[in-house]
Structures are given as C-alpha cells and as structure tokens.
Design a protein around this ligand. Structure first.
Ligand SMILES: [Zn+2]
Length: 362
C-alpha cells in the first residue's frame, strides 16, 4: 500500500515530497497567483530548483513556421513576441515536457496531416488532447502575469482578475497526470478533432484561438488544424457529428474559426455537465481522475443569434479584410446568425472559402 501525506488544505504529496494533487486553494495561491513552477510547484524564491521559462506556443512550432519574432496581440492590446511569450517553469519540468510530450507531437506534425492521423490510429488521441490542454493552460496562466489595462490610471489588476480559476484547476490536474503518472479514466477525454486546413500563399500558416469560459481551443499549424473541447467528455463531438461528416475538404482559416464557434456554443449550452474529481482507489491505493457523466447529452434552448455572436467574436478580424462579392456578407448578418462559412444553402460544404477572387478589371 502506498502512503501519502494529505495536507490540511487538501493537497496530497507522495513520500518523496512530490505533489500528486494540488488542492484548489494551493493551486490558486502557488500557481495562478504565485510564481511557482506550473508543473511541480517548486518555488523560485527561496529557490528550490533551477528555473527557466516554458514557451506557451512550443519552440518547435515557432521554428517550423518561422514565427519566432512575430508578435501576439494580447487581450489588453499590447504585443509580445512569441519567443518571449513564456510562463515560469523549472528546468526539470521543462525538459520533461520536451521529451515526454513535445517530441512525439513534433514528429507527428512534421510528417503532415497523414502522419498525425497515423499517430492517433496507433496511439489514440490522448497525447494530442493533453498537449492542447497544456497550451490552453499556459495561455491563461500567462494572463495572471499581464496587466488588464496598459494605462496604469485604470488600475493594476491582471487580465485574469475576473477568472474563475476552478475552470483551469481540472485542466491543471489533467496535464500534471502526464508527470505524476496518475491515471485518467477514458471518460475524461474531451472532444478532439484533427482537420485538414487549407494552405495557400495568401493564407497564414498559423492560427491560435481559444474561448476561456468555454474551454475550447483551435490551433492550426500549416495543413493541420487541431480543435478540442477540454471539459465536455466528448459531448460536443456527438452533437457536431452530423456537421462533421459533411466537412468534405480542407477548411479555410475562417471555416475553422466557425467550427470552433459551434463547439463553443455546444459546450456552453450543455444542459447537464460532466464533473471531474481526483479520487483514491481504495483497493490499489492509487489516485486517479474520474468523470461523472450525465445520463443524457442534451442542449438548452438557444437561438441563431447566440451562435452568430460567438461566430462574430471569433472572426471579426477577418470580416473587414476579406473581399467578397456577396452582398449578404455583412457584420449584421453574421451577428444575427444568418451568414455562415461552412455550408451553402443546400447544406453542402463550401470548398472555395477564402480562395482568391479573380477581379475583372476591364
Ligand atoms: Zn517543475
């Protein structure tokens, strides 16, 4: 039988002092609002371990797409270079993530879409799901280090000041399981899609977008798009399957943002939600992460406008830039849910989305 130390705050350590489970309080004080290593919880002051920084978007992605020096625009409007977009991590955990997570994904992605699909066939979707969870987690942990307002007169709170850290606590438990070896029950796997992305000279090779309150994420690298819902136990995948089967070609950047919007609405509107808990298996003495699933997958009532509003928020940056001869392509029509990018009026996939239009100048 293994022995664990349970602290009064509810955190659990093994007999070597490794934290197996962060209580919600400790997670918030040490990781979200503190500056401890986000994986093992080691403190930088007093320094318990060597520290370096973990890139939020993995270094190999930045190198592959040559976007190292490009900047990301933060929610506060400031720009930060990708090579400086990092969160605190100890050296040991940083190299652990490199060898145990990034190496496999890099090898799969470098072989293109077919190679990622072959990887999933052989190994299942878990590592890709946890890798997306990790990127989502780092992105929002970073928000706690960034000012909400660049103008100091408006206050000095962080972007994360109104976050409900409870949303990230489950995701943190999941990504740490890679390191602690705690098993995760299969029902904890969320919706995970790998879709073909359209590539062309006039389209960017990279896109990242997530919706914090819905735990949804889109990451596009060249011809591969990854989408996930991190806390739905595959409910959105079930509800989206009819649409999914009609995606018959590579998706343009705006179409992928529309898929993200559908998944976001579906996860928002789940009538009954799964819940997740770290438990102790009394027979083996092992900790594991379990899901309690609702008896049925049902959606709350929702309107076309609600999808329209989510869609517009996800694509507004494209709307002004995209030339279209279609007079119905307006902000108003998108907002009220009357304009979409995935399927035409006959419900057929639009294969020419974002293709260059031949302008007749005569
Ligand atoms: Zn660490």
């Amino acid at each position: 039988m293994k022995t664990y130390l349970r602290h009064t705050d509810g955190s659990v350590e093994d007999n070597e002092g490794r934290i197996l489970f962060f209580s919600m309080d400790r997670f918030v004080s040490d990781i979200c609002e503190g500056d401890c290593c986000f994986m093992c919880g080691a403190s930088p002051s007093p320094k318990e371990k060597e520290f370096n920084e973990e890139h939020i978007i993995p270094k190999w992605v930045l190198r592959k797409l040559d976007i190292y020096k490009l900047s990301i625009t933060l929610p506060n409007g400031a720009k930060i270079r990708y090579d400086q977009y990092t969160v605190p991590c100890c050296k040991e955990c940083n190299s652990f993530l490199g060898s145990e997570v990034e190496n496999d994904i890099r090898a799969a992605v470098n072989g293109g879409l077919d190679s990622v699909n072959a990887y999933i066939l052989e190994n299942g979707p878990w590592k890709i799901f946890l890798w997306l969870s990790l990127i989502f987690f780092k992105t929002h942990l970073k928000d706690s280090y960034l000012r909400k307002h660049l103008d100091k007169r408006k206050g000095d709170e962080s972007i994360s000041s109104d976050y409900d850290w409870g949303l990230l606590h489950h995701i943190h438990c999941m990504i740490r399981a890679i390191q602690t070896g705690i098993s995760i029950s299969n029902e904890c796997l969320g919706t995970t899609f790998v879709l073909p992305a359209k590539t062309a000279d006039h389209l960017d090779t990279y896109d990242y977008r997530d919706v914090y309150a819905a735990n949804t994420i889109l990451l596009r690298i060249d011809d591969i798009a990854f989408l996930a819902v991190l806390d739905d136990s595959c409910a959105a995948m079930n509800l989206f399957s009819e649409h999914f089967n009609r995606l018959t070609g590579p998706l343009s950047p705006i179409q992928l943002r529309e898929v993200l919007s559908h998944l976001t609405l579906l996860n928002y509107k789940l009538k009954y939600r799964p819940s997740y808990h770290t438990k102790l298996d009394a027979s083996t003495g092992d900790l594991f992460i379990a899901a309690e699933l609702p008896e049925s997958i049902e959606l709350e009532e929702h309107t076309r406008d609600e999808l329209g509003e989510i869609l517009y928020a996800n694509i507004s940056e494209y709307v002004d830039k995209m030339p279209s001869p279609d007079i119905n392509f307006t902000k108003e029509n998108i907002l009220n849910g009357r304009y979409h990018f995935l399927f035409d009026e006959n419900e057929k996939f639009m294969s020419n989305s974002m293709d260059l239009i031949e302008m007749n100048t005569n």
